[in-house]
Design a protein around this ligand. Sequence first.
Ligand SMILES: Cc1cc2nc3c(=O)[nH]c(=O)nc-3n(C[C@H](O)[C@H](O)[C@H](O)COP(=O)(O)OP(=O)(O)OC[C@H]3O[C@@H](n4cnc5c(N)ncnc54)[C@H](O)[C@@H]3O)c2cc1C
Length: 391
Amino acid sequence: MTTGSSDVLIIGGGIIGLSIAREAARSGLSVRLLEKGAPGGEASSAAAGMIGPQLHAEAAGPALSLALQSRDLYPEFVAALRDESGIDARLTARGILVVARDDRDVEALRRQADVQRGLGLTAETIRAGDLARLEPALAADLAGGLLLPRDWSLDNVLLLTGLHIAARRAGVEVLPGTMVTRVLREGGRVAGVDTVGGRYASGMVVVAAGAWSGAVGVDGATPLRTHPVRGQIACLRTAAPLLTDALVSEGCYLVPRADGRLLVGSTMERVGFERAVTAEAIAGLLEKAFRLVPAARQAALHSTWAGFRPAVDDPLPAIGPGPLAGLYYACGHLREGLLLAPITARLVARLLRGDSPGLDLEPFSPMRFLGGSSAGGDAPGRGGVARRDPA
Ligand SMILES: Cc1cc2nc3c(=O)[nH]c(=O)nc-3n(C[C@H](O)[C@H](O)[C@H](O)COP(=O)(O)OP(=O)(O)OC[C@H]3O[C@@H](n4cnc5c(N)ncnc54)[C@H](O)[C@@H]3O)c2cc1C
């Protein structure tokens, strides 16, 4: 049985799919979002919540430019979701602190600061003696730091809850428990999708299924190849927060929540869709965390989890038209899906409306992996600053 047509079908209810759905619905399109489980139930909730394009920015390029534009959209994005849903994702105001454990780290941070200032970005070098002023719980033997006052963190679980409510209030029909198996074609263009529970018709489909995007078949075309990169997190809990803001150091980061939880992350592992949390990874992360914040040793171990970052075959996300007219991809955001959600939503919603994206999407084109050019061109509508890993 085929369910009546909508302007757009979005496959995947993570931060990328929900953000696109909300934006497209607000621009007047009728939108159905199909989610195999519960909206926000995968990588987007497993994430730590850093909005940090500068964390590892080392040179100018399309990736950094995209990330900075998305960061600029964040305060407005969070405020709009608060208005639309009543839920505040608590975007922090002070910035992310990167700390150096020894003189070699200090030198690396100084070089990073120089490069970033050269790019017109704000980066403040912090002397060892001044670290305790910013974060009193820091170990006394740290060698220095770098404050990135325009990089932020937030509570991504709250963000996802607010986004889900906002998307529905904007008119998006969210269908949880609906697994898409194939994108259907009619002639040279998209006609809808098949799910395990029936068929949905639409002339436009956006694949935003995170690490599973490559598993969504496309009639008569090769789907994009995607794979998961597992990230593990240990969550501690103390009566009062140990840190004011997110803290990053070589091989580990700590992100505080307002209620005293402290997220310690994370690993980058290519182990397929293996959800297990391993004793070795958690022990390694906690050992690094204790060196930075000794009082964390006394914290309660609240929980642990693992999530799957969505990767494509190079470090840039895949955003834009695919091999069939009306088919779009928005996936492969790897370690920066939270950060890149507002700009991805804006770009894809413009494409869906048939407008120019307003930005050169060539470096992010899904067709770089599929060969040839997209069926729909740059605005088909209906018809690196190189960086090290932040998360
Ligand atoms: C431990 C960890 C820490 C991270 N920290 C950060 C961070 O601090 N900052 C940052 O910016 N990013 C971070 N990330 C990365 C970020 O979480 C991801 O890039 C982002 O969540 C990707 O969003 P998404 O919507 O593409 O994927 P997901 O959130 O995985 O959503 C995809 C959705 O598609 C659904 N789906 C899949 N297949 C189908 C199908 N066939 N039919 C219907 N639905 C389907 C899934 O059920 C899922 O809900 C982190 C990731 C991890 C794992």
